[in-house]
Design a protein around this ligand. Sequence first.
Ligand code: SF4
Length: 400
Amino acid sequence: MQLFNRDLPFEVPKYSLTGDVLSYQRCGLQYRYYNRSSLPPSRPVQLWTGEFVHGMMEDMYLYWRQNPTPFPWPNTTTPWGGFSTPTNRVDYDLGVLGERVEARLRASGKTPRNRNARDAAYRRVDAAMRLLVPHLFPLITAVEEKLSSTRPMPQVNLPLGQQTRGDRYELTGVVDVISSVSLTTQQNNPLVKMINRQIPNLSGNFDVIVDYKAARRPPMTPPANTKPYWQHEAWQVQTYAWLRAQQPNANPVKAGIIIYVNELSPSQSDLSDLKREISQGQTDVQPSSGSADYYALNTWQPGQGSPTPSFTTDFLLNRAVRIIPVSSTEVNQAVTQIDTVISQIEQCALHENATGNIPNNWNADGGAGDCDACDFRRFCPSPAQRRQSGQQPQPPIAPG
Ligand code: SF4
């Protein structure tokens, strides 16, 4: 006879900072369809790429800890389709590690959108392995540290006859951790120098948390029809710091580092975006006037087959690494913002529950780039293009 676990006598809704909060901030309706229906996206390029990069960083780190093998490591990628596996590869070949990560993702229904998306992910992980990892891995003291704590359920605008799902909600996240001991013993490490430059006078025992984004560095000021990802990601880091502080005996977190992996091997569209953001004063890291990187960027022309300019490692690292000082004021502001997002998600879910209607109860508010890659744009009542042209939202049409 099968015995079942007894349910808790109360409900504690669980929210992941990346999978729920950031996804909802990207677009409420898309979040509803992808995350709350457990519908695997048909073209989950962002999901696959993000998890592939995280998986590769973790597997590379674990291998390097047990077998300290100098970088760079070889990269003999298994061809698309996996029909012929290259022979004579060493265990730490990125192709071998990548095969394992891809198999894990495939087992949970996640595959790359196409060959180009997969190639780009391998190219970026390879760039991370050559340019970043030799400096980053010696600093890391804990990898993929799971963080979790509960917070009081914020006030929710309830539909008639509905109740909140609990008095508290659980917030979760996963980060890598660098301890202050690593920083003080490796003052010549380029990443330590970057941290010291940005946050001078760090002292005592503290931690720095690290998160990876399979994305480019967002502009500080969002262009029209895009979301303020710069701000959203800062709130995410400050909230990781809050979560870490809830763990017994944890050191205080004094800084967060976001690694924008795409910056280590930018694509043509990344470079076009960078040039536009520089001309509009929207980015915080640009090549200094007259430098080799300045000429490399400004003489580059987009076009099929146009080679990517050769930038200096310093410039690529400065674009890829964002250091965020953590303070109690910023943490308090961030968790208040996260509470607001949770309140909105709960409200959308309860209104959907009361009415049975999905599109009318979740904001269809993705940015132009999100809508272009969205599986639901054909029946979405308000894709970005429609909003930009000032048209009224369509009445909702059921999928299928
Ligand atoms: S098309 Fe755009 S607005 Fe509509 S669900 Fe997708 S991301 Fe959201």
